[in-house]
Design a binder for this molecule. Structure first.
Ligand code: ADP
Length: 461
């Protein structure tokens, strides 16, 4: 509509200007010659009073002023033709009441009149006796043939303009619809996606990469990111739910044991029978398991809350030596140390407590899942940019299908369910390694043993 409006306005201005300028140009020449002729004749006309008739107009010979193209005519107050130039023959210039009235009011003006199939341009001048208008001098000329065409031109311009407008409006409407169609289709689809929450859907667009194409691509990109975020959110929510379920389950088991033992002790006290030290040991053991579990949970909760470790440059060789001193207390398998000498003077940007916890988790697992006749080794090796520490055991190993899951929270291997554990150790270990910008890997063959490899970036001097 705006487009049609602007076009209509342009056409109107263009048409009127063309018409006005052309007609101005065509009449100007005629009008100018009529004016000078009229003034010339007027100067030679005298109006005098006569006793019988109120006034008479004394005319010069009008023919003296006429030319083949210029006609002259004098009309008196009554509308009677008093004189005419000869070239008019038996014709006369048209004069109606309105022309006369205007002239008698003292107005000088131009007129365009049709006589037969000819167009006449008339210049009307009032005649005065004193200051009393007494007649009218008409100077006429056939109009420029172009002026007749001009009248046609006006009709043509009007008709054509209307036609062009109607055409432009309907074509514009079609084009605008065609251009906006993909957008309204997209709007519909976007609304459907929004209502249905089916973020896997995409806006189809097979056209060129124009504005609409880019809009579709941007929208689809946004949908993909939204889908991704939504998926991650759902995963996080699911793991949260699993976590809560696991925690309550893990806490219930020791609590049940404790409660059962307390009841047993109460019964013993009431019945006066001697208290069994096993019950007390059970309670102490379970309480310790619970506090270990809670500590681990606290660490993971902190990790989830975005807690970052405070790190300082530390001597990794010394730290490993300290951890190794505690190793023999972790289990009965034989323990050996290798490559520590290589780490002389090597620094790592790390958190001492958490790094110790990391290696203790790995060593604890190694001893836990290795029979007393097996062996556990802690090996260190220096690399270009990293320190590589391996905890190797000759224990039961991990079946391949479990390997990808052992770093998950609360995940416990099928064969290890019997041993005391919470399934949180490796999850914590992985978090600590990540906090240090390192990597942790595992390789294992069931029945032969496992190797956990930790890589930590060296502090470059
Ligand atoms: P937890 O040891 O308390 O069960 P972890 O998170 O430390 O929990 O370990 C997860 C699982 O990975 C264990 O249940 C066990 O199945 C397996 N695993 C870890 N270390 C070893 C190892 N050295 N040898 C065999 N299996 C292991």
């Amino acid at each position: 509509m705006w487009y049609t409006g602007v076009l209509a306005f342009t056409l109107l201005v263009f048409g009127s200007l063309t018409y006005a300028l052309l007609s101005r140009y065509l009449t100007w020449e005629t009008d100018y010659s009529l004016m000078s002729k009229g003034d010339e004749v007027l100067r030679s006309i005298r109006v005098v009073s006569r006793p019988l008739r109120p006034q008479a107009i004394v005319l010069p010979d009008v023919n003296a002023f006429s030319s083949p193209y210029t006609f002259l005519q004098v009309v008196d107050v009554g509308g009677e033709i008093v004189a005419r130039s000869r070239n008019l023959a038996d014709q006369f210039l048209p004069v109606d009441g309105e022309t006369l009235t205007r002239a008698l009011e003292g107005k000088t003006f131009f007129e365009t009149k049709q006589v037969g199939n000819q167009w006449l341009r008339l210049y009307n001048l009032p005649l005065y006796l004193g200051d009393q208008p007494v007649g009218l001098l008409q100077v006429g000329r056939l109009m420029h043939p172009g002026l007749a065409i001009l009248a046609r031109l006006r009709q043509i311009l009007l008709l054509l303009g209307l036609l062009v407008l109607v055409l432009a409006a309907s074509l514009g409407h079609l084009l605008a619809r065609a251009a906006l169609n993909p957008i309204s289709r997209m709007t519909r689809l976007a609304a459907e996606i929004g209502e249905g929450r089916d973020l896997a859907r995409r806006l189809p667009h097979h056209g060129p990469m124009d504005e609409v194409g880019r809009l579709a691509a941007t929208f689809n990109g946004m949908l993909a990111r939204l889908q991704n975020a939504y998926q991650r959110l759902e995963e996080a929510y699911a793991s949260q739910r699993r976590f809560v379920a696991d925690v309550s389950h893990e806490l219930r088991t020791p609590l049940t044991t404790i409660r059962g033992n307390v009841e047993l002790l109460q019964h013993m006290v009431e019945s006066g029978s001697p208290i069994q030290p096993d019950a007390l040991a059970d309670i102490a053991g379970e309480a310790e398991r619970m506090s270990r579990l809670l500590n681990n949970l606290l660490t993971l909760a902190r990790a989830d809350a975005g807690f970052t470790l405070e790190r300082k440059p530390l001597n990794i060789g010394r730290l490993l030596a300290e951890v190794a001193r505690r190793a023999p207390f972790l289990g009965r398998a034989s323990f050996s140390l290798a490559g520590l000498g290589e780490l002389e003077g090597c620094l790592v940007l790390g958190n001492e407590d958490f790094l110790k916890q990391l290696f203790l988790i790995l060593l604890d697992n190694a001893f836990k899942y290795t029979p007393p006749e097996g062996a556990v080794t802690l090996e260190a090796a220096l690399q270009d940019r990293e320190v590589e520490i391996k905890v190797r055991d000759t224990g039961m190993g991990i079946p391949p299908e479990e390997l990808s899951r052992i770093f998950e929270r609360f995940y416990r291997g099928e064969a290890s369910r019997r041993s005391g554990g919470t399934g949180l150790g490796l999850a914590i270990a992985r978090w600590i390694v990540e906090q240090h910008g390192g990597a942790i890997r595992v390789s294992s063959s069931p029945g032969e043993g496992s190797i956990f490899t930790v890589q930590l970036p060296r502090l470059q001097r």
